[in-house]
Design a protein around this ligand. Structure first.
Ligand SMILES: [Zn+2]
Length: 620
């Protein structure tokens, strides 16, 4: 017969056993991914916080609710059921966090939940397979059963000699907990980046900080220690554009922008994209073209605004359309905006296309390939209309099947062996990417066939030579190219996730030539605005880019963003703006390198991320 007291004793050991379990599960999924600590004190802090943080998580997720259950109803079977349920839930959450972190270096949190719950789950995370939900459900049930057995074992264990050591164990933990928090707060106040960046390694970690307190008691010289601040434009008012567009020489040239979602720069050739490759001899090809983000939201945003993705939130808040779109509306272009993905997740209807009425927000079709076929057919129909000869048009075609590794069931798959279904749980540092990559290539081959139909329709319309045709992607796609267990996108700022193809075909543009200087999506809107819409306003007045063919004054670096990181992309490296302080530098293969960050460039992109905003209440 168990009393409340003996049950709580058993619960204490159950909490510690789960803390150990969390740590082991996480260590398994993160094997080889976590960098060594920056220095000896950071290493000591990591060890200390390992002892402190995992029991804290188990205490909050399991100890608290099960303890309350025991206090309220100590009779069988309530404590056992509560332990199995809360223990099972917590173990599943920790395992999910470990998997997400291992592939995206992002913990479960508002961003991750928002992606899944916001209907954009397919946007970033998972292309769910048919068997995966069943596997997950079976795994969860097994975990719940194991937790019930573990609780029973802990009750037996606590009845023995373990009862006497329980109190000293928890008192030691409490002392270490207090010490770890004070240490972190001190490190934070003194900008000891080596220690503060350790917090990224602990899920749901909310360390105590006390900069003001330390300054108040005089133990830190606050201003002297302060490093450059991270840019945050979230709470700022938008001043965009910096000056109104002046467009004295409209060309009435059509604009057709084709975006193949998640298309890697090294996959534009006669083998992977035979239809698009036919354009290469007629186009100017940009060999070093980088997207402004490694996710759809920020990639598309940088195409239309020519601004760093950090402006997404103020732009969304103000629902300010990009000057490029306002100007095509003002010049009375016929618009054809066709997105295979919904234009509401992310909220392109309230950003990129906020000035446009009659937008089709969701394309009919149950699968990405059906929607791609639909938007392609709609674009072909639009281009085939004789009215195209009378009025200039702006067309946007966004094809999504590559992003979802999707193609029609009867599509001949030229790349073999091709993975039958994408199972993210199978991915790992040692996974052979070949079948996965082949599935990606097959989806790309299908999308390429659709683009071919549109190019043919454009030729047939007689409008080809009166059209500024742009073919590109919103971001790349990684297949563990860095060898750091990154799959897909939204994981890092390596070229595998940021480098995209770009072809521009227009009369007066060099045909069949290659541009090797550094260009970015920030240059696309200035190109359309200047070349097609005939505007003379300097591009920096409304964007962070330059018309593509302008060579003077260019910067060889770029601010890049994803859902919770900001970075500086350079042709030889990537510099992260760590949310925990500091600017760690990585090679393109994402090995941490010892070079100091180029602070002049860090400052320049920081300024660029704030240039079109002002603090609320500040004078314009
Ligand atoms: Zn995308």
């Amino acid at each position: 017969m168990h009393t409340r007291f003996s049950l709580l004793h058993g619960l204490g050991w159950f909490v510690l056993a789960n803390a150990l379990l969390f740590k082991l599960v996480t260590a398994y999924f993160w094997r080889g991914l976590i960098e060594p600590a920056a220095d000896a004190s950071a290493g000591a802090y990591r060890l200390l916080n390992t002892l402190v943080h995992w029991p804290l998580l188990a205490l909050i997720l399991i100890g608290l609710p099960v303890g309350l259950a025991i206090a309220a109803w100590p009779r069988r079977p309530v404590p056992w059921l509560a332990a199995a349920a809360f223990g099972g839930f917590a173990a599943c959450v920790m395992a999910a966090d470990a998997v997400v972190f291992s592939q995206y270096r992002m913990h479960l949190g508002p961003y991750a939940w928002g992606l899944v719950a916001g209907g954009a789950g397919g946007e970033t995370f998972l292309v769910f397979s048919k068997t995966l939900p069943w596997l997950l459900a079976a795994g969860a049930l097994a975990i719940v059963a194991a937790e019930a057995a573990l609780f029973a074992a802990c009750l037996r264990f606590s009845a023995g000699a373990a009862r006497r050591v329980a109190r000293p164990v928890w008192m030691t933990w409490a002392a270490l907990f207090a010490f770890a928090n004070v240490w972190y707060a001190w490190a934070d106040a003194h900008y000891r980046v080596g220690i503060t960046q350790e917090s990224g390694h602990f899920p749901f970690y909310r360390p105590m900080t006390a900069k003001r307190l330390f300054r108040y008691v005089g133990v830190t010289d606050f201003e002297a220690a302060k490093g450059p601040a991270l840019p945050s434009s979230a709470n700022r008012a938008l001043i965009y554009p910096g000056q109104p567009l002046e467009c004295p020489a409209p060309t009435r040239q059509n604009v057709l922008l084709i975006v193949v979602d998640a298309w890697r720069a090294d996959h534009l050739d006669a083998v992977h994209t035979p239809q698009i490759a036919r354009l290469v001899p007629e186009s100017l090809r940009f060999m070093n073209h980088i997207s402004g983000g490694n996710v759809t939201r920020f990639g598309i945003f940088s195409i239309f605004y020519g601004l760093p993705g950090s402006y997404w939130f103020p732009v969304l808040g103000h629902q300010t359309p990009p000057v490029m779109m306002s100007e095509v509306v003002r010049q009375r272009y016929d618009l054809k905006i066709l997105g295979s993905s919904p234009l509401v997740h992310p909220e392109f209807d309230r950003t990129v296309f906020s000035g446009i009425s009659g937008l089709r927000l969701k394309t009919p079709g149950d699968t990405p390939y059906e929607r791609d076929r639909r938007v392609t057919a709609d674009m072909v129909e639009f281009l085939s209309d004789p009215a195209r000869a009378k009025q200039p048009f702006f067309g946007f075609l966004w094809l999504n099947s590559v992003h979802s590794y999707n193609f029609p069931p009867d599509y001949p798959l030229p790349f073999q062996p091709s993975w039958d279904e994408v199972n993210h749980m199978a991915l790992g540092p040692d996974f052979d990417p070949t079948p996965y990559l082949n599935r990606y290539r097959n989806a790309l081959h299908f999308v390429d066939s659709q683009v071919g139909l549109v190019i043919d329709a454009l030729r047939r319309s007689g409008q080809m030579d009166n059209t500024l045709l742009i073919v590109t992607s919103d971001h790349g796609e990684e297949f563990n190219d860095t060898g750091k267990n990154y799959w897909g996108h939204n994981g890092n700022f390596s070229p595998y996730q940021l480098h995209v193809p770009l072809l521009v075909r227009a009369s007066g543009w060099q045909a069949g030539a290659q541009v090797t200087y550094f260009t970015s999506h920030n240059d696309l809107a200035p190109t359309v605005v200047t070349d097609a819409l005939g505007c003379s306003t300097p591009s920096l007045a409304y964007s962070s880019g330059w018309p593509l063919r302008r060579t003077e004054g260019r910067r060889e670096y770029l601010a890049v963003v994803d859902y919770d990181d900001t970075g500086l992309y350079e042709p030889d490296r990537v510099t992260l703006f760590s949310p925990f302080g500091g600017f760690p530098v990585y090679s393109h293969r994402y090995d941490r390198v010892a070079h100091p960050p180029r602070m002049d460039r860090v400052r320049a992109v920081t300024e660029e991320m704030l240039r079109f905003t002002r603090k609320p209440g500040a004078k314009p």
